[in-house]
Write a protein that binds this ligand. Structure first.
Ligand SMILES: Nc1ncnc2c1ncn2[C@@H]1O[C@H](COP(=O)(O)OP(=O)(O)OP(=O)(O)O)[C@@H](O)[C@H]1O
Ligand SMILES: [Mg+2]
Length: 215
């Protein structure tokens, strides 16, 4: 797995420029038929949701690209808060999955944050069903939405300590791993990459400066 980009702090426009570099690389992968991807990290709190949201935004700024951002990190939801949106009762992603698990197939209800950016996120006010990640409906959701959108970006759980990130890995075309250069332990990152394998690896994104220990 190679380095995709570093989100540095040195220049104020550096993160935006780095995100455009990642977008360019993802667009090349898209030409090879890869347009559903997950963002994960070795452990919790290493920047998955932030990067997934940033990538969804920059991809949706591309001409005519329609993007859906899916919150699969159901034990630690944060996207509704990050975007400042309220998820109406019954419309959290895992609640919609649970409806399907009990045989009620409604169309997916997504929230539009802009003309080209839609989100399917967890409610932080309502109890979710994190186990729904393990149902076949999760995979079907990614596949179904992949037929409707130009990009499906999945905010995945972290890798170590459970198989949840592998469930996402199995459902998407590619995986981006984010690491915090000064905080992520190199041993954790290597273990995470081993657990994921390189079948779907797109690359790493490092943030908070180039002088980190995790490469
Ligand atoms: N590129 C970045 N630049 C500056 N701060 C960042 C960046 N990415 C993440 N952070 C900060 O790091 C913290 C954790 O980020 P985030 O919530 O995205 O991580 P996460 O991996 O999704 O966490 P969790 O495992 O809880 O889902 C947040 O306070 C966030 O603002
Ligand atoms: Mg998160």
């Amino acid at each position: 797995m190679g380095l995709l980009a570093m989100l540095g702090e040195s220049r104020s426009d550096a993160p935006a420029a780095a995100l455009r570099v990642i977008r360019h690389r993802l667009e090349r992968r898209r030409a090879e038929g890869m347009w559903t991807f997950g963002v994960t990290s070795a452990r919790d709190g290493e920047g998955k949701s932030t990067l997934a949201a940033q990538l969804a935004l920059v991809l949706s700024e591309s001409q005519r690209a329609r993007v859906v951002l899916i919150e699969a990190s159901m034990h630690r939801p944060s996207l509704a808060r990050l975007f400042g949106c309220h998820v109406p009762s019954g419309f959290g992603f895992s609640v919609q999955l649970a409806h399907r698990m009990s045989g009620h197939a409604h169309p997916w209800a997504v929230m539009a944050l802009g003309p080209a950016l839609h989100v399917l996120v967890e409610s932080e006010a309502e109890q979710g069903y994190p186990d729904a990640l393990h149902s076949t409906h999760f995979r079907e959701a990614i596949e179904g939405l992949g037929r409707v959108y130009d990009w499906v970006v999945v905010d995945a759980p972290s890798v170590l300590g459970s198989g949840d990130a592998n469930v996402v890995e199995n459902a998407v075309d590619g995986i981006v791993v984010v690491a915090r250069s000064r905080a992520t332990r190199g041993a954790d990152l290597r273990a995470a990459v081993r657990q994921l394998g390189d079948r779907k690896a797109i690359g790493f994104v490092l943030w908070d400066g180039p002088d980190g220990t995790a490469r």
